[in-house]
Design a protein around this ligand. Sequence first.
Ligand code: ZN
Length: 305
Amino acid sequence: MSAKLTILGSSGAIPAYGRFPTAQYLNIQNTHVVIDCGEGVQMQLMKYQIPIHKIDHIFISHLHGDHYLGLMGLLFSMHLHRRVNDLHLHSQKGLDEIILLQLKYSRSTLHYNIIFHSFNASEIQLIHEDSVMTVHTIPLIHKLSCAGFLFREKTKPRKINKEKLKEGMLLQHIALLKTGADVYDHEGKLLYLNDEYTLEPTPSCSYAYCSDTAWNEKMIEQIHGVDLLYHEATFMEDEKDKARETLHSTTAEAATIAKASEARKLLIGHFSARYRELEPLLQEARDIFIPTELAIEGNTYDLSA
Ligand SMILES: [Zn+2]
């Protein structure tokens, strides 16, 4: 599994029925990322045996407490575990102030550096890129300025067709073939035609995390064809007025976005504390978009499945 998502918190606004506020953990080819940090996030990371020291990037969608109040505890625990690697924190302006103030009044100097990266949630921005993936913001509609995140795995190297491997083929030739290039000798004579020696790469995955948002059809084009779409579904359709008032979405709206964007799968979450049972929410979404699942704490979803 090259990309997998684990749900750490699925509750909206307040914890309810054992459900924690929003937090998720994404592992793409051993790049470890946390998305939103609701209260209790570090307890959840420990419970599901996720290596805290390997997390190098944290993305915070907006500054409502249920999406970041677990962050400070996690940052302090990283310090107490003697973390030394830089930690990249991607958020809107303001979170840097909130963190620095808490460090100031607790007279703490962390063993590691937090690198703050701020983004403008009102536009699509490339906010991170490394050798395995890119991350873009997804502008959302909410009471506070809020962004989702679109994670796209980069194209992987072509696979060598082992049946075609020849004696005398050098490692550098193989490396070149994996990039998709043909291999020539010093005189410019063709040695290996790429098509003959390689196979298509393993498909790359994509994940769209759409945190708190009202109905927002603008995102459809940007997230078109994603492997997995997480879309909040705070309310059922009969509470549509409440969704309008609080700038959240209903199950049917989440499913309609998934259908229109031709996502392969939909995960719904950020459930209101009014719902003890989640099965009715799932049914309502599945009436519109069959491949829908509930975001359940501790469950891991394979992006390539
Ligand atoms: Zn919110």
